[in-house]
Design a binder for this molecule. Structure first.
Ligand SMILES: Nc1nc2c(c(=O)[nH]1)N[C@H]1C(S)=C(S)[C@@H](COP(=O)(O)O)O[C@H]1N2
Ligand SMILES: [Mo]
Length: 300
């Protein structure tokens, strides 16, 4: 299917692969703000010693494999990603279990380049391979009553040591409004830097929504449900005052405990000048229209 979006970024903008591979170490040098510090106290106390949390905030991002800094890389290798099926259900004409191989045989998988925020404070430009979510939704036939799309990650305790701990409610879930889901910038990624996506990055298929904070990009998706009501999301369930449904990158709306107005480029070092975070992560031209008339401070 023809892509409807023109890339403005070039090869020169892409974060060198070596820097991407080492980003955990680079980012880990920074103390302080991070997503997981926001977890309810009860969850923290039950599962981890307090002195570990600084580390966790800076390093981890696939909690099904654990919250230690190198757990995802260490344990995600054991995840069985072939064969893989995605259940598409709810308000669709053709509900069912779709085999990823069948889906891919009908899609044009292209290398797309996005400017992408990681761990909510660092910017990178990542070349993802994937296809538009809209193409898959059209394959399933979206019914007229559908207003939202709900996503669910695999929950397979034998292969996911982290789900023993109630750091989040499992399975990990996310959601988009239907118009966000149908936007050409919203992709299902199956590759990165021209290779299969590594398990710890969400193999074999993860969402990428480049104008939203990183946690909206749900990994290892097994179910996509079209609904008429706004679906729950994992981070909103964990801490509603800090993580809203929309989670659009917005320098004007601070996280309750830290500013989100500035970011650093991965690889430029801790003492490099921070750059201003761009509205919608630099994609305002493409996506601002989706939110016209909405109060983005209330709908954060
Ligand atoms: N299923 C699942 N998806 C997830 C997460 C997770 O813990 N489980 N972490 C999210 C967070 S907080 C971030 S920042 C991104 C990180 O993606 P990356 O590892 O490709 O940088 O994945 C998101 N998707
Ligand atoms: Mo994150």
């Amino acid at each position: 299917m023809a892509h409807r979006w023109k890339n403005r970024l070039t090869d020169k903008d892409v974060t060198p692969e070596a820097l991407w591979l080492n980003r955990r170490a680079l980012i880990g040098g920074m103390a302080g703000a991070g997503l997981l510090t926001a977890l309810p106290k009860a969850a923290k106390a039950e599962t981890l010693e307090p002195n570990r949390w600084e580390e966790i905030t800076a390093y981890n991002n696939f909690y099904e494999f654990g919250t230690d800094k190198d757990d995802p890389a260490r344990y995600a290798g054991q995840l069985t990603v072939k064969p893989w099926t995605v259940k598409i259900d709810g308000l669709v004409d053709r509900p069912g279990d779709y085999a990823l191989e069948d889906i891919l045989s009908k899609m044009t998988v292209e290398e797309r380049i996005y400017r992408f925020r990681c761990v909510e404070a660092w910017s990178m430009v990542i070349p993802w391979n994937g296809f538009e979510l809209a193409d898959l939704l059209e394959m399933a036939g979206v019914q007229s009553g559908a207003k939202y799309v709900a996503f669910e990650t695999l929950l397979r305790p034998e292969e996911m040591p982290g789900v023993r701990y109630p750091v989040l409610e499992w399975p990990y879930v996310e959601g988009l409004r239907l118009d966000e889901a149908m936007h050409p910038l919203t992709i299902l990624a199956t590759g990165i830097y021209g290779k299969d996506i590594p398990n710890q990055n969400g193999a074999p298929m993860r969402l990428v929504v480049p104008w939203k904070y990183g946690f909206k990009s749900i990994k290892s998706i097994v179910r996509i449900t079209l609904t008429d009501t706004q679906p729950p999301t994992s981070w909103n369930k964990a801490q509603a005052s800090e993580y809203g449904f929309y989670s659009n990158v917005n320098p004007e709306v601070s996280h309750p405990r830290w500013s989100q107005a500035y970011e650093r480029k991965v690889g430029e070092g801790l003492f490099a000048k921070k750059q201003e975070t761009l509205m919608f992560n630099g994609y305002a031209e493409e996506v601002a229209g989706l939110y016209s008339g909405m109060d983005l401070k209330a709908n954060f």
